[in-house]
Design a binder for this molecule. Structure first.
Ligand code: IPM
Ligand code: MN
Length: 355
């Protein structure tokens, strides 16, 4: 009997449902070809529902999500909803409630023409960022006093405990080992020259865990500011990067643009022991909604990552190969929305046809 996986699908806002549709189109071919079944449940969380009901992501939804094997998210963000409400109420709530403690961001340049860096080719831009996804400043620990007065004070604390750092670092070492590139190197990115408490905890954990259990993997360290320069100057240095939450948020946007932008950047919010959630990195892009011009490749690639995580690794590799072939077919002119030279659905058809 073929394996069945329950997948919760949140198309979300703006162009989210459009790119989700194309990802599912490619996943349909993957199922037929590789003999497994994805059993979808659709959820309508997002800006529209919030405006109608005042509800972002109720606790009952989290309980339903727990029964799924995995989740797929199109995009969250609505022009008529104050920034922060949906991001915190849906995306961050799911990450925290489901303890998706890893944000995995492969950074891969598929075609030379999509790279804004002079002289860099696909072989030069091929690394993975493992971002810690539930700790640090994102915990919201801190407070405000005398708000609105001249004396206002506000704090937001970069909070980390050894267990949270260690599970992330271990995941990153394991991932580096499995990736098995010629470099076999795990670069810790932090700011330990200034963040002498929180940074030092990461530095020691990275070294201790590596020395003890991952002697086959080279240890490397960058300060986060220097890392942003190296991304531009010498991206070929990197194999796998591990970093804390906010630094990871910032450097993965820079990483996205050197691989060709949000049209191709995919990510996963991963709980290795629980329910993970995969998403294209681009937002809901409201101005492109319903125009069949948004690039679905990031969503398709996120679908591939989802297959990899549930254990359908051959099918996952086939999705990645089909994306590569589609981009090398010369048919897709640009990765930018509206400039692809073909429509959203046509790009989906192209990739599905190359599976
Ligand atoms: C991301 C996004 C989110 C983050 C926002 C939308 C809360 O920027 O996934 O990188 O900051 O983590
Ligand atoms: Mn971000």
């Amino acid at each position: 009997m073929s394996k069945t996986y329950n997948v919760g699908v949140i198309g979300g806002d703006g162009t989210g449902p459009e790119v989700t549709r194309e990802a599912l189109k490619v996943l349909a071919v993957a199922q037929a070809k590789f003999g497994f079944k994805l059993n979808y449940t659709n959820y309508d969380f997002g800006g529209e529902r919030y405006m109608k009901t005042g509800e972002t992501l109720p606790d009952s939804a989290i309980e339903e999500f727990r029964k799924q094997n995995v989740l797929f998210l199109g995009a969250i963000g609505h022009p008529d909803v104050k920034p922060g409400i949906l991001e915190c109420g849906i995306l961050l709530k799911a990450r925290f409630a489901l303890d998706q403690y890893i944000n995995l961001r492969p950074v891969k340049l598929y075609r030379v023409e999509d790279c804004p860096l002079k002289g860099k080719e696909p072989k030069d831009v091929d690394f993975v960022v493992v971002r810690e996804n539930t700790g640090g400043i994102y915990t919201g620990v801190g407070g405000v006093m005398q708000k609105g007065t001249q004396m206002e004070i506000a704090t937001q604390v970069m909070i980390y405990g050894r267990p949270v750092v260690e599970r992330c670092v271990r995941f990153a070492y394991e991932y580096t080992r499995r990736r098995n590139s010629a470099k076999k190197m795990l670069t810790l990115v932090h700011k330990c020259n200034v963040l002498t408490h929180a940074g030092d905890l990461w530095v020691r954990t990275h070294k201790e865990v590596g020395d003890r259990d991952y002697k086959d993997i080279k240890q490397d360290y960058n300060h986060v500011d220097a890392c942003t320069m190296w991304f531009v100057k010498q991206p070929e240095w990197y194999d796998v990067i591990v970093t804390e939450n906010l630094f990871g948020d910032i450097i993965t946007d820079l990483a996205a643009i050197i691989q060709g932008g949000l049209g191709i950047a995919a990510g996963g919010n991963i709980n290795p022991e629980g329910v993970s959630m995969f998403e294209p990195m681009g937002g809901s892009a409201p101005k492109y909604t319903g125009k069949n011009v948004i690039n679905p490749l990031a969503a398709i690639a996120a679908g591939g990552m989802m297959l990899d995580t549930i254990g359908e690794r051959t099918a996952a590799a086939a999705v990645d190969a089909a994306v590569t072939k589609a981009l090398n077919s010369g048919k897709i002119k640009s990765l930018a929305a509206g400039r692809m030279g073909m429509g959203t659905t046509q790009v989906g058809d192209l990739v599905a046809g190359l599976m």
